[in-house]
Design a protein around this ligand. Structure first.
Ligand SMILES: Cc1ncc(C[n+]2csc(CCOP(=O)(O)OP(=O)(O)O)c2C)c(N)n1
Ligand SMILES: [Mg+2]
Length: 405
């Protein structure tokens, strides 16, 4: 079939893994009979986007599902801590509901190896999902978010300044916009050095209204940078619908003004996100310049923290005391929760005979326990010293001038 030839021709060695004959036959038959998962059909129907996920090994697919579960249980466990443990200092801009975006994008990146070879991800003020998907050490991240000295960044960064260069997670950013030009700086360095690395930047629908959005896209195209802008459109910035600050229904339409190819994907479906990310990564590595991906998604909690949430339950409903009014209808939250990224990923893997329901359930139980253990470990760790707060802000001594070379 046409799409299969295309996908195979474009698949580099790292993804061109042997697929068991039975699953390959199953996928072919499923595609022919139309019985393939709805998401996969939609990805094909969307145009010429490659159906790359079908070429992934079972291990890689299961790994993606596990990543989604890790992000989900990190969010839920932390929300419960915030709701029930008065001694807990941590906070978060929760990512629950958006897990398939970070997972699908980072699954298409090179996340292990020497720093000079791995791809870099720049995050936003909502970083925990991006960090987990890029491969940070979860217990250390949990400790960091609670200002513990043994945390990822010594307890001085916490949620909005998390970073872990060892896995190419360059960092969260509390400001809306600046991470885009900084990420394009990395992409520029890759080009200047002749490296095939790729820089990805995650930003929300709110970034459209910043100057950084427009200048970054313009320069990325003019310089043909290996930059992928992943715009997570979760409909709201803080408490305002994105239509208040953006004239486009699909923000991806704005990329065309800068001559950048774009895709709009269902951000609840990890397969669709992966397919789009893989296409963009291939383009960037081959010197084809930047790409823009808009993932339609939704956050289950309120903008910040856990107001409106109940311990033990997923999501926050109704009035957010930090907002002036109830900014989104409860029915909208519940409708999006019907298209849950965890359920969608599990159903695809079960449909593809990669996992059965029991194995999927066991996996979830195991990951939930792992995350709980991470919080228990972190709660025993020493706190950082407030008097050392300015350490690591300025370099010690003189810094020699350096030219690119
Ligand atoms: C330059 C700047 N202006 C305002 C803020 C306050 N602020 C924090 S998050 C946010 C909304 C971001 O919305 P969006 O980009 O859609 O991301 P989401 O929170 O939906 O993930 C704003 C305005 C900020 N952090 N930085
Ligand atoms: Mg938003």
């Amino acid at each position: 079939m046409e799409y299969e030839t295309k996908a195979r021709a474009a698949a580099p060695d790292e993804f061109d893994v042997p697929v068991s004959e039975s699953r390959r036959t199953f996928l072919k038959m499923a595609a022919v009979t139309g019985a393939v998962a709805v998401s996969a059909r939609k990805a094909l129907a969307d145009g010429d986007i490659g159906f790359y996920a079908k070429d992934l090994s079972d291990e890689k697919l299961v790994d993606m599902y596990r990543t989604i579960l890790k992000i989900r249980w990190h969010e839920r466990t932390q929300a419960d801590q915030m709701l029930t443990n008065p001694g807990y200092r941590g906070y978060n801009h929760f990512y629950a509901g958006q897990e398939a975006v970070a997972t699908g994008v980072c699954a298409a990146l090179r996340n292990t190896g020497p720093f000079e070879q791995i791809d870099l991800a720049y995050s936003s003020h909502r970083p925990s999902g991006h960090a987990i998907a890029k491969g940070v050490d979860i217990p250390k991240m949990v400790a960091e978010n609670d200002f513990r000295a043994t945390g990822l960044n010594g307890g001085y960064a916490a949620e909005m300044h998390l970073s872990d260069p060892s896995v190419g997670f360059i960092g969260a950013d509390g400001m809306i916009g600046p991470s885009m030009p900084i990420a394009s700086g990395s992409a520029f360095a890759f080009r200047a050095r002749g490296s095939d690395q790729v820089a990805v930047v995650f930003g929300g629908d709110g970034t459209y209204a910043t100057p950084h959005f427009h200048s970054t896209l313009n320069n990325a195209k003019l310089l043909d940078l290996p930059l992928i802008y992943v715009l997570e459109n979760n409909l709201y910035h803080q408490y305002a619908h994105y239509s208040y600050s953006c004239p486009h229904t699909n923000i991806a339409d704005a990329a065309a003004a800068y001559g950048i190819p774009s895709r709009v994907v269902d951000g609840q479906d990890v397969v669709q996100v992966f397919n789009a990310a893989k296409e963009a990564v291939d383009r960037a590595r081959a010197g084809g310049g930047p790409s823009f991906i808009e993932a339609k998604t939704y956050r289950y909690y309120n903008h910040w923290g856990a107001p409106g949430a109940t311990a033990g339950e997923l999501g926050a409903f109704g009035y957010d005391p930090l907002a002036i009014t109830s900014f989104r209808p409860e029915r909208e939250v519940r409708a999006w929760m019907q298209r849950d990224p965890v359920d969608i990923a599990r159903n695809i893997l079960v449909n593809w005979q990669v996992l059965d329901e029991t194995a999927a359930q066991d996996m979830e139980t195991e990951i939930k326990a792992e995350i709980e253990q991470a919080f228990v470990w972190a709660s025993d760790q020493p706190l950082c010293n407030p008097e050392d707060g300015l350490k690591n802000v300025f370099a010690d001594g003189a810094v020699p001038a350096r030219q690119f070379g």
